[in-house]
Design a protein around this ligand. Structure first.
Ligand SMILES: Nc1nc2c(ncn2[C@@H]2O[C@H](COP(=O)(O)OP(=O)(O)OP(=O)(O)O)[C@@H](O)[C@H]2O)c(=O)[nH]1
Ligand SMILES: [Mg+2]
Length: 162
């Protein structure tokens, strides 16, 4: 994990990951840890020795449902980043929109509950309940993490790329 391959042709990519999250949730900080030379918004990278295509976008405003289909086309996995000290209704709203996409339902979903180092961060159980995660079918992992303490990120990516 962590090394970036710049000579990887798109044909070599067998896995395509989409990272999304609200402004300030910690996407850039997480990417700095998993792929330090990543150029936003898309790049081929190497994750756990898999050649991957990673796209990262922030969520802001109202997207038309076509945008979600475009975001999710051919993805192997969705990385949904949230700030675990600051979960409002819009987080659930966006998660629901992604979960409704057929391509997402077929893929692995890694929810990175970032900033778990903060005192006011919700616990894993609280987040699970708040987002009603038991209502989602499929392969889903809620992983608490922090880019400050570095906990949880490696574990989440390992599960996602495994
Ligand atoms: N306490 C704490 N702060 C964090 C953590 N991860 C990121 N931050 C801080 O949160 C702020 C936003 O982090 P970014 O990585 O820029 O967030 P982003 O999702 O890329 O934000 P946008 O690019 O605006 O969409 C920065 O001040 C980071 O230092 C974390 O795990 N713990
Ligand atoms: Mg950013």
């Amino acid at each position: 994990m962590g090394s970036v391959s710049t000579n990887v042709g798109t044909n070599a990519c067998t896995k395509k990951f989409l990272m999304v999250g609200k402004c300030g949730s910690g996407k850039s900080s997480i990417i700095k840890i998993i792929a330090p030379n990543f150029k936003f918004p898309v790049q081929n990278i190497k994750l756990n020795s898999n050649i991957c295509y990673l796209m990262s976008y922030f969520l802001f405003g109202n997207y038309h449902s076509d945008h979600f289909q475009m975001f999710c086309k051919d993805i192997t996995g969705l990385i949904f980043v949230l700030d675990s000290s600051c979960i409002y209704a819009d987080v659930k709203y966006y998660l629901d929109l992604f979960m409704k996409q057929q391509e997402v339902q077929k893929s692995k979903i890694l929810i990175l509950a970032n900033k778990c180092d903060l005192e006011n961060a919700m616990t894993k159980d609280q987040i699970y309940e708040e987002l009603n995660l038991e209502s989602y079918k499929g392969q889903l992992l809620l992983q608490m993490c922090s880019t400050i303490t570095k906990q949880g990120i490696k574990e989440g990516i390992k599960w996602l790329t495994g």
